[in-house]
Design a binder for this molecule. Structure first.
Ligand code: NAP
Ligand code: F7E
Length: 352
């Protein structure tokens, strides 16, 4: 039986990847942090105890090198999927030191543990990111596009990306960097823009929220569906040569378009009035008699530096291991909204 070790297993991607690998018959081990309240909602259905079939959880932390060393010695995995990170770009401006410690040094600690244990046959996936491209003028971005990282998060990830390449070259370690563009799902963290929008709409329909407060509406992202993307992590590790791969849909949409598409799905067309921080989105909720302001700008959601447009070209992944996205932008919006609407309706029912 093949053994996999996932850091960040209770995050969005970790949970889908654990499901995917368990379906493939892997013995799956995951790293979780000790927290004062349990935050295993995304993996509760997979968890079991050592010896049973299912996900085996281990306490640990990327800031604890000896913990990583001892766990890897015990598990001796065939594949390591390194997904753990402080993954919010905006928050990285507020917590640059811990973000850098977790992402940059955390990746190095993991690589050092693997090297010290001489796990030379272990294949390693590193979660790199489209944020490395920053405000590049080249569009779409591929594996040869120069990096222009512009946030503490992106700069820490750039270190992670580069140290993985360095260990690959210097010690012939089998490391793949997946340069993933934004990917979303109903399990997306609630303060990322897509999920914030779908949750807010679901709450508005239940009269539990009046408005959606947003930052920059005109940035463009290439949004895909997370379960499609975790498949690419596994697929690249099955190729012969460690390398870097861009994973993206190739289609860009603005935050504004995401909002419009999501409201349209619940039959609420949005019309915009005003400019800059005074811009407002108007629409008619089912329980209202007249159009109301449903979207407003709050500058607190703006970042000190914004990345304006990221659109990826994943031709290399398609040609090398046949990966292509299965889910369209409209389908993604529908999947996320339906799940959040269902959740809000159920909560309301229980509240009476
Ligand atoms: P996520 O939902 O934020 O999950 C991050 C995971 O990392 C969580 O399990 C978190 O655990 C864990 N973690 C954070 N700090 C840790 C530490 N010090 N030690 C151990 N674990 C720690 O992120 P995601 O969306 O699944 O993304 C997975 C990875 O891909 C991340 O590295 C992210 O930066 C990268 N990425 C994501 C995207 C995207 O669009 N989703 C695109 C490109 C790259 P807690 O629950 O305890 O915080
Ligand atoms: O922002 C803008 C915001 O926080 C998307 C992470 O998974 O993908 C993710 O990073 C855009 C940004 O994701 C709000 O300024 C406007 O331009 O959903 P996000 P992100 O920053 O693109 C990359 C690839 C990763 O690697 C990261 O780990 O939307 N935006 N208004 C807003 N963003 C948020 N969060 N909230 C707003 O109100």
């Amino acid at each position: 039986m093949r053994r996999a070790f996932i850091t960040g297993v209770n995050g969005q991607d970790g949970s889908y990847l654990a499901e995917y690998l368990l379906r493939k018959g892997y013995e799956v081990h995951g790293l979780i942090r000790r927290t004062s309240s349990f935050n295993r909602g995304r993996i509760e259905h997979l968890h079991t105890y050592e010896g049973d079939k299912g996900l085996i959880l281990h306490y640990g932390d990327l800031i604890d090198a000896s913990n990583l060393f001892h766990l890897l010695r015990k598990i001796d995995p065939h594949e390591i999927y390194h997904l753990a990170a402080q993954s919010h770009v905006g928050i990285s401006f507020e917590t640059p030191l811990s973000t850098t410690n977790i992402i940059a040094l955390g990746t190095l600690r993991l690589l050092e543990a693997i090297r010290s244990l001489d796990l030379s046959e272990t294949k390693i996936y590193n979660a790199s990111t489209s944020e490395l491209y920053g405000n590049t003028t080249q569009c779409p971005q591929n594996e040869d596009t120069p990096f222009m990282a512009t946030s503490p998060y992106a700069i820490a990830k750039l270190y992670g990306h580069k140290i993985c390449e360095n260990y690959r070259d210097a010690y012939e370690m089998k490391i793949w960097n997946g340069i993933f563009f934004n990917h979303e799902s109903p399990r997306r963290g609630e303060n990322f823009v897509t999920r914030k929008i779908t949750i807010s709409i679901a709450k508005m329909l239940q009269k539990k929220q009046d408005k959606l407060y947003m930052g920059n509406l005109d940035v463009i992202r290439d949004w895909g569906y997370a379960p499609d993307y975790v498949e690419a992590m596994w697929q690249m590790l099955q190729t012969d040569k460690p390398d870097n791969y861009v994973i993206a849909t190739g289609v860009g949409h603005s935050v504004r378009q995401f909002i419009e598409c999501a409201f349209e799905y619940v039959d609420i067309p949005i019309s915009w009035k005003g400019k800059g921080i005074n811009e407002k989105g108007y629409g008619l909720l089912r329980h209202s008699k007249q159009k109301k302001i449903l979207v407003e700008i709050n500058p607190r959601y703006n970042r000190p530096i914004e990345v304006n447009r990221l659109i990826g070209d994943s031709t290399k992944a398609r040609k090398t291991f046949g990966w292509r996205p299965k889910t369209t932008f409209k389908e993604l919006v529908k999947i996320m909204l339906e799940e959040d609407i269902k959740r809000e309706e159920t909560t309301c029912k229980f509240l009476g």
